[in-house]
Design a protein around this ligand. Sequence first.
Ligand code: F6R
Length: 245
Amino acid sequence: MKISIFEDYDQLSIHVAEALLKVVLEKPDAVLCLATGETPIGTYAQVVEQARVGEVDFSKVRFVALDEWVGVPPENSGSCHFFLHKHLFEPLSINPKQVYLFDGMAKNIENECRLMDDHIAKLGGIDFMIVGIGMNGHIGFNEPGIPEDRYAHVVDLDEMTQSVGQKYFEQETILKQGITLGMQHLMEAKSVMVIANGSKKSAIVAQAIEAPISTQLPASLLRKHRDSMFFIDAAAASRLSKIKP
Ligand code: F6R
């Protein structure tokens, strides 16, 4: 596992975007899985900017969802679907055929998981993932205690995820369940980058990197991945005991 620490959020965003653009330059039809949330907003703005100046062609890239809130429709601005369209797919003029997301409103939500598993298998697996880390150490909606060998699954959200998740919504929203790729998808992805910024993430980042690897701390499982990276800013790195920013 590689750890890179950057001066601040802007530098972090620039370097994460650079890594993503490199993947697409090297493999124009790469399969990407990109997190939603506050952390990657700066990265995606950088990516869109670079694509605008014509540096990288996204017309062959395939995108798959990381997760979605169950019961939240795509037109709700707090949904992962809405976020990805707003910050990436619309500004990059991505063809809908390039995108496969979870439908949080699906009647048969278990079937939605199997469809995603099949889709990823047909694509030949995921090349590159950018994931955030939750305040409880979750990755996607892989909450503490989740078995490591899961593919896509429906999950009862941790209380912390239910309350922290309100920040994405304009009005209070019931967030009881999520649908997510599983840790097995993460372990099978060719490369996974965990990103974090700000002092509020420093305690959980220190645990993910330095505490014993445990399913109670899903982010720590990524230390077993053959090509995982933690890209974090100095504030998020401030409680690491072994590495000083
Ligand atoms: C979002 C996701 C979540 C977030 C995590 C951090 O697609 O999968 O795991 O990445 O909760 O969220 P922020 O970036 O808002 O702190």
